[in-house]
Write a protein that binds this ligand. Sequence first.
Ligand code: ES4
Ligand code: ZN
Length: 326
Amino acid sequence: TPTPKFLKSLPKIELHMHIEGSLEPELMFSLAQRNGIDLPYDSVDALRQAYDFSNLQSFLDLYYQGANVLQTEQDFVDLAMAYLGRCQQQNVRHVEIFFDPQTHTERGIAFETVINGLHRGFMQGKKQYGISFELILCFLRHLSEDSALNTLEQAQPFRDKITGVGLDSSELGHPPEKFERAFAAARAQGYRLVAHAGEEGPADYIWQALQLLQVERIDHGVACTEDPALVQYLVEQRIPLTICPNSNVRLRVFDTMADHNLRELLDAGLKVTLNSDDPAYFGGYMLENYQNVQNALSLTQAQWMQLTANAIDASFASDGRKAALY
Ligand code: ES4
Ligand code: ZN
């Protein structure tokens, strides 16, 4: 039966992590000071106490506010390196990182500041720790499709640094169909495609992401169990789901970890992976997700090996890198 030591020693592959969501309160305060920005909290503890969310939107409000301290290219380098230090401690070997350019360009930070900082940080981590990475640009779904298309144009000069395109932020009221043209344009440029769907939204949003956006992975997707035909389709097509257990509990998608449908997803034969989503806001990184899942749902050693293999299969790493991760 899987011990804490076993969980720690597993090689880990993270496929669903928003870099802005890895901004720990301590780093947020130090960047605020460095950049002369006032935070509406007196202390790191006061900030952490505000991390008591009732739904996705209540989290997003704090997440966008926190991102305001990110100003310079060096800030993005430091953010990436802080996350990779945690990865190193937890035996995370490969990461696929979401970033939200519009969160920064909308407040006057240049696209190139964001991408150059993140790329430099992750390249340094690769050299220092051997952790491979891919970057995935996410469109904010609460903004317009024109804004997404404009962001895609700004990404063009940095095409070689960006592996994929995704879709995140407020799900309800912003269905995938809103971004059909933006995803068609990204597909034409050869980007790998993913989308958040079925986190707070219905199973139909997962269908839309697959059929209208033509994504190859679904981020979250826990709502799929509402629709048996959808589960069957996801199994047959081997579509990966990037599941984020701590996130789902903190955002009240499930009341407790014991209520999470992860075992139902695994038993259905879905290609499930485990991920941390926004580790600074949701109580921890990959290992803390593994531990909380194990404590509540007691998976077998074989299931843990399956989750690891699923993440390697589902990743956008090169075939050579995948072989090295096995
Ligand atoms: C997110 Cl948990 C979650 N859902 C949707 N969008 C997001 N952006 C950052 N975290
Ligand atoms: Zn997410």
